[in-house]
Design a protein around this ligand. Structure first.
Ligand SMILES: [Zn+2]
Length: 139
C-alpha cells in the first residue's frame, strides 16, 4: 500500500484540489486532502472542503456521463474500424453552466446535427431520472 497524492483541475470550473489514493486499491477511491483553489462560481460560504469537493465532483461526473449518453445516440455517432464509437465528422457537443455553488445547471448543445425532438426528449428524460429534475438542460 502506497498512498499517492495528485492534483485535480476539473474541466468544469476553475477549482483545484489535492487528493490521495492508495495505489493498491483497485477502486481508486479518492480522498480529499486539501482545496488548492476555489473558483468564483463556488465561493458560497457554507461550502465546507468536503461539500465543495463533492459538489465539483458531481458536476464533473454529470458532464462526463452526459457526454457518454450522447455517444449512445446513433444519429450522432459512427463506429471506427477498431469498434470505437465516436461522433460523426462535424458533430460535437458543447457544455455550459448557469448558476453558482450547489445550483449549477448544465446546458448541452449539439452542433453539426439537428437532433430530433424525440432524441432530445429521450436524453432529457434520462438526465432528469439520472441526475434529478432541473440539473441539465438539453438545447
Ligand atoms: Zn469551481
Amino acid at each position: 500500500m502506497t498512498i499517492q497524492t495528485n492534483a485535480w483541475h476539473p474541466d468544469t470550473c476553475g477549482c483545484a484540489f489535492e487528493y490521495t489514493w492508495d495505489d493498491q486499491d483497485l477502486d481508486r477511491v479518492r480522498t480529499l486532502n486539501k482545496v488548492i483553489h476555489v473558483c468564483d462560481l463556488h465561493k458560497i460560504i457554507s461550502l465546507t472542503p468536503s461539500s465543495h469537493y463533492s459538489t465539483v465532483s458531481d458536476e464533473n461526473v454529470r458532464k462526463n456521463k452526459l457526454y457518454g449518453r450522447f455517444l449512445g445516440v446513433s444519429d450522432l455517432t459512427q463506429t471506427d474500424a477498431s469498434g470505437n464509437v465516436n461522433f460523426k465528422n462535424g458533430v460535437d457537443v458543447s457544455f455550459s453552466w448557469d448558476g453558482t455553488d450547489y445550483a449549477r445547471i448544465l446546458s448541452a448543445s449539439i452542433t453539426g446535427y439537428n437532433l430530433s425532438g424525440a432524441n432530445k426528449n429521450s436524453v432529457q428524460d434520462w438526465c432528469d431520472s439520472t441526475f434529478g429534475f432541473g440539473k441539465v438542460a438539453i438545447n
